[in-house]
Write a protein that binds this ligand. Structure first.
Ligand code: ADP
Ligand code: MG
Length: 355
């Protein structure tokens, strides 16, 4: 019968391939935003402004004051696997930038309307270009697709409109723009806390007040206060530890035993990447269970730097997770360091109440 006849294998159209890849890398607006923040930081920006409409589904715009992009590079900017950051596979072992695959802008251009305005220090004007499906396209039908000179300051502005406009099933999955906006605020807040010396702002289109505004000069402590509030910020303890055997350094700020909240908040950066780790989360929760009342949870900001040769950043399409060697030993060392700090604060508190 029919079922026994093999179907012939055919290569997919390049456009289909790119759209499928884009759907894996950009699952929600926040993933596009994360890539754009990382690009801005990679470009040496000290100021990042984010503007959002309808949870990023209608508009996601990020303006930075970084290096800008050379006009000559604009034609290939959004092609897949074009990057200024990686040259050979071995470079991944020592990669110091967030980006390395040249896939973010390409992906975005396949599932959204993308406009880029950029000015380098050397250029006497800014250049504006529009992209669709990885290629330059005209701003309006009938016009030339070549980048146009416009007035502008040094740096880059990326404008993403109508994300997932051509992926209807994905588009329909987003029921609530405000949920998507909250994810965006959360992500901007994380980078704003981690990236010292960089100013961040984030606001909803049409609103005069910002959801996040931190100045370049703000300390890490100040950033946490501004983003997570005074009750967390006033109960923070600094910790730091390192061990040459496993080639790591860790430091951060964690709430002490005076503070507890309903849900654990962990801001985890491994080699400056915002990542998730269920193993680290479990170990931290376990550490705090000895100090907090039942049902109480901490806030922990942890920046972990590991010799890049021991870290694999390429294990997840959204780069949400990384693998690293001696995970158990490193986690144990960090938690022991936090435990000592908590015990010290706890002891001083007991002492104060006794006298
Ligand atoms: P990747 O970051 O992996 O290289 P992207 O698609 O995110 O890939 O970006 C492609 C290239 O575009 C980058 O390598 C960089 O040269 C340039 N670029 C992207 N965003 C910016 C920016 N905000 N400022 C300066 N250059 C940028
Ligand atoms: Mg990138």
């Amino acid at each position: 019968d029919d079922a026994a006849i093999p179907r012939r294998i055919k290569p997919l159209d390049q456009d289909v391939v790119n759209k499928i890849a884009a759907g894996e890398i950009i699952v929600a607006p926040v993933h596009a935003l994360k890539e754009l923040i990382e690009n801005a930081v990679d470009a040496g920006a000290t100021s990042l402004e984010v503007l959002v409409k309808d949870g990023g589904l209608k508009l996601l715009q990020i303006t930075d004051n970084g290096s800008g992009i050379d006009k000559e590079d604009l034609p290939i900017l959004c092609e897949r696997f074009t990057t200024s950051k990686l040259q050979k596979f071995e470079d991944l072992q020592t990669i110091a930038t967030y980006g390395f695959r040249g896939e973010a802008l390409a992906s975005i251009s396949h599932i959204a309307h993308l406009m880029v305005t950029t000015k380098t220090h050397e250029s006497n004007c800014a250049w504006r270009a529009y992209y669709d499906g990885g290629k330059l396209v005209p701003a309006k039908p009938g016009q030339s697709p070549d980048p146009k000179p416009v007035a502008g300051r040094q740096g880059t502005q990326i404008t993403v409109e109508d994300l997932f406009y051509n992926v209807p099933t994905r588009r329909r999955a987003f029921r609530s723009p405000s949920d998507e906006y909250n994810k965006i605020i959360d992500m901007v807040g994380r980078y704003a806390i981690h990236c010292s010396n960089v100013a961040f702002s984030c606001k909803k289109h049409g609103e005069s007040s910002t959801s996040i505004a931190v100045q370049a000069s703000a300390s890490c402590h100040d950033r946490i206060r501004q983003i997570y509030g005074g009750s967390i910020a006033s109960e923070l303890t600094e910790f730091s530890t390192s061990d040459d055997r496993w080639a790591f350094k860790a430091k951060g700020l964690a709430t002490n035993a005076n503070y507890s909240t309903k849900k654990t908040i962990i801001l985890l950066f491994i080699n400056h990447r915002c990542v998730e780790s269920s193993n680290i989360r479990k170990a931290i929760e376990q550490t705090y269970s000895a100090f907090l009342p039942k049902g109480g949870h901490p806030f922990v900001y942890l920046s972990l730097e590991i010799d890049p040769r021991r870290v694999d950043v390429n294990v997840h399409p959204t780069k949400r997770e990384v693998n690293f060697l001696n995970e158990d030993e490193i986690i144990q060392a960090i938690c022991e360091n936090i435990r000592l700090k908590l015990a010290a604060v706890d002891a001083s508190r007991t002492y104060v109440t006794q006298t």
